[in-house]
Design a protein around this ligand. Structure first.
Ligand code: MSS
Length: 365
């Protein structure tokens, strides 16, 4: 157990600046809202941390190219080292990484788990080998396989049935078209804390599906028997238990939030800014309201568009009259998907993209 000392982070994330985070536990670090500012890319040092199990020992990143991944459910499935994977093909993708529970703190009902507000999310640029290219190189997916299943490299203590704690996630196999096995994050070898030496990245999918320390990639006929797949990370009514029949946390929906101002202002001239994401769809527009959603105006998106899986900063420079203002933002995709005013309560507090609770109150004068 990690006893939090002021200004100190656990060893595996000691290279991050404690000032940037709200430490919920040794395995859950939330990026402070204002830290994101207007950055398109979240530096590795500022990226939030969520580990279901303690991170493996640093030893696994000592000789990265020697890391082995086993493939299954392909005609010519085999085991490959990271050094070999690098010679198959390389692709780069920018995607938001966001925990399923981001925004949990804004629900009214009591939710178990880290009380994430906005900071269990960041946007990073990942490089690795497209899963598509590996499927091709290994003769295609075997008949009858429906799922793409990734297994995390954490050691499971002896005597414990792996399915009880193993981080193993299955997504519909069509995700192979966009998924990559990444070794690079924002131009650096992926830090251990974020899944190095090798991580499964499924653009536009909630964090949990992006399996770190990937040691096995399998096309399977059934979903993983792991608890984290079968009953956890399910969208379920308040008071109900998790079950495989409930929707699993796969694609992320459209969302936005203001990252500043977060404090009261002395004068009325303000730069309102935040980030907006389309999930798996292109963004059409971001609107900001200064009066809690009664009237809206377009807030221009700034900087280059890194593709539909990335987020985009937005900025609105305006004058606020004296008094208190409820500032809220709302993003819409090109297919017309827009944030709801309120996202329905669900037992574990997943998927919150309601615009009202993501607003901030700012008093001028
Ligand atoms: N992987 C592994 N291997 N393990 C663990 O634990 N977790 C999850 C993912 N992956 C894990 C994994 C989650 S859950 C999340 S969010 C993510 O991851 C995070 O990431 P970062 O890098 O930020 O830490 Mo929720 O949906």
């Amino acid at each position: 157990a990690f006893a939090q000392e002021a200004g100190k982070l656990p060893d595996y994330v000691a290279w991050k600046d404690a000032e940037d985070f709200i430490v919920h536990s040794a395995q859950t670090l939330e990026t402070k809202r204002g830290v994101i500012g207007t950055s398109i890319v979240t530096p590795n040092s500022e990226m939030y941390i969520r580990n279901n199990l303690p991170a493996p020992d640093e030893a696994i990143v000592a000789d990265r190219d020697a890391w082995e991944v086993s493939f299954e459910g392909l005609s010519d499935a085999k085991t490959m080292t990271l050094g070999e994977l690098k010679k198959v093909a390389v692709e780069t993708v920018a995607t938001v990484l966001q925990c399923s529970g981001n925004g949990r703190a804004f629900f009214e009902h009591e939710t178990s788990g880290s009380q994430w507000a906005t900071g269990a999310a960041g946007c990073a640029i990942w490089s690795g080998v497209p899963v598509r290219a590996l499927v091709e190189a290994m003769g295609g997916v075997s008949e009858g396989m429906q799922w793409l299943t990734g297994t995390g490299g954490e050691e499971i203590p002896e005597g414990l049935p792996p399915e009880t704690i193993q981080v193993e996630r299955s997504v519909p196999k069509e995700a192979l078209e966009t998924a990559i096995l990444a070794w690079e994050m924002n131009g650096e070898p992926i830090p251990l804390a974020h899944g190095g030496p090798l991580r499964l990245v499924i653009p536009g999918y909630f964090g949990v599906n992006n399996v770190k320390y990937l040691k096995r990639l399998a096309f399977t006929a059934e979903e993983s028997p792991a608890k984290i797949q079968q009953t956890s990370y399910r969208m379920r009514p308040v008071g109900e238990k998790g079950a495989p029949s409930q929707p699993s946390m796969y694609e992320m929906p459209v969302k936005s939030w203001i990252t500043g101002p977060l404090r009261d202002a002395e004068t009325g001239r303000v730069q309102i800014h935040g980030v907006a994401m389309g999930g798996t769809e292109e963004l059409e527009k971001v609107e900001v309201s200064l009066d809690g959603g009664q009237t809206w105006q377009d807030a221009p998106m700034v900087g280059p568009d890194l593709g539909k899986y990335a987020w985009r900063p937005f900025v609105l420079i305006t004058d606020l009259a004296e008094g208190t203002h409820e500032l809220v933002s709302r993003a819409t995709t090109t297919s017309g998907e827009t944030q709801p005013e309120d996202f329905p309560a669900n037992e574990r507090g997943y998927g919150n993209n309601g615009w009202r609770v993501h607003g901030v109150d700012v008093t001028v004068g």
